[in-house]
Design a protein around this ligand. Sequence first.
Ligand SMILES: NC(=O)c1ccc[n+]([C@@H]2O[C@H](COP(=O)([O-])OP(=O)(O)OC[C@H]3O[C@@H](n4cnc5c(N)ncnc54)[C@H](O)[C@@H]3O)[C@@H](O)[C@H]2O)c1
Length: 406
Amino acid sequence: MVNVIGLGYIGLPTALMMASHGVEVIGTDYNKELVATLNAGRTTFKEDGLDELFQDAVKAGIKFTTEYQVTDTYIVSVPTPYDKFSKKVDACYVVAAVKEVLKVCPKGATVVIESTVSPGTIEKYVRPVIEEHGFTIGEDLNLVHAPERIIPGNMVYELLHNNRTIGADDKAVGEKVKALYASFCQGEIVVTDIKTAEMTKVVENTFRAVNIAFANELAKICRHDNMDVYEIIKICNMHPRVNILQPGPGVGGHCISVDPWFLVGDYPSLTKVIWDAMKVNDSMPDFVLNRIYEIMKEKGMTDISRVGLYGLTYKENVDDMRESPTLQLLESQERHLAAGLKVYDPFIEKDVVKNQYHSLDEFLDAVDLVVIMVKHNEIKENMGKLAGKVVLDCHNICDLPGVYHI
Ligand SMILES: NC(=O)c1ccc[n+]([C@@H]2O[C@H](COP(=O)([O-])OP(=O)(O)OC[C@H]3O[C@@H](n4cnc5c(N)ncnc54)[C@H](O)[C@@H]3O)[C@@H](O)[C@H]2O)c1
């Protein structure tokens, strides 16, 4: 039986996927409300295909609880934020979860850390906890790292199809855990050592962050000298060895805006490109705010409360707002004493910020300048409703005449 610890954006779909592929699974989360919701037959976030997967897993017998289980395999999928000051990974959730596992796990169990951690984190923070408990790693307990790569919005498909990495001290243990993931994963599963697995996950997200920063920097250069960044990227990408990403209003979420900092925190004198890239991405919400002021000036608009931000989440068609560019921009405008921007997101039903609307039509009635911060399908399908508005399109999805870009 597998005990999945942490039933958030990653742990829940992983637990459901395993359960619906014949693995006996019990999911544990210390959040009582979350466990009660799951036990009442409801999922805890919106994601394509998640409800169907949930039904399959429930039929297959998955259970949800706040208690850690006595079993032979644990998968730990708890948060790994970064320390805003040192930029290093904050492993406290992982360490706390492993300590709880140690209270119940029998000798011979395998503990798989799925949470994203920087290279050396398991060595530095997790191994000592196990050794202090009196267990010899490799004899009394096996330690494995299996980082997750799925993207919110396409999690169910990617869980099935992505390639995976398993890091283990011992090849045979790695192969055993590989077989567990192969119960549902159709991608290739590479077995390597723990530190290499830790590093690959962080490097993958850093690669994305640096390349997004390059596109964002191009957008700034082009804005400065009145060139069309989208046309330029389109032409450059016709080169057989060039593949530039698209610029945007900033980067959010739990991965690309966080994980590269782990490398900066651990290797401060070796990470100039990564540091600068993160700063460029972090500067984008302010860049958008300046564009708003410029456009208002050009249009003779003086009332910031007639400006509306479309989208609160960090990416399209998900309900995850963590570190989102819109939240960053709203913080900035508070600092600039320009509070008053209106906000709407079809995926956010609760009131989370000031001046938030819950209907697209009411939101559009209340504003003259619409800033497309997130390219949800809803706005793509309702582009006609923006006719007559001033539009700042941060994703180049609106083909109405006179649209402004970042
Ligand atoms: N969200 C993503 O897109 C994504 C993608 C790939 C990897 N990751 C990584 O996966 C890990 C988990 O991220 P997430 O987005 O699922 O986080 P999350 O915040 O959505 O979920 C974590 C869950 O763990 C629970 N939890 C925390 N400590 C616990 C403990 N000691 N015992 C029991 N439950 C506990 C919390 O209540 C929460 O429900 C992180 O390391 C993250 O970097 C996330």
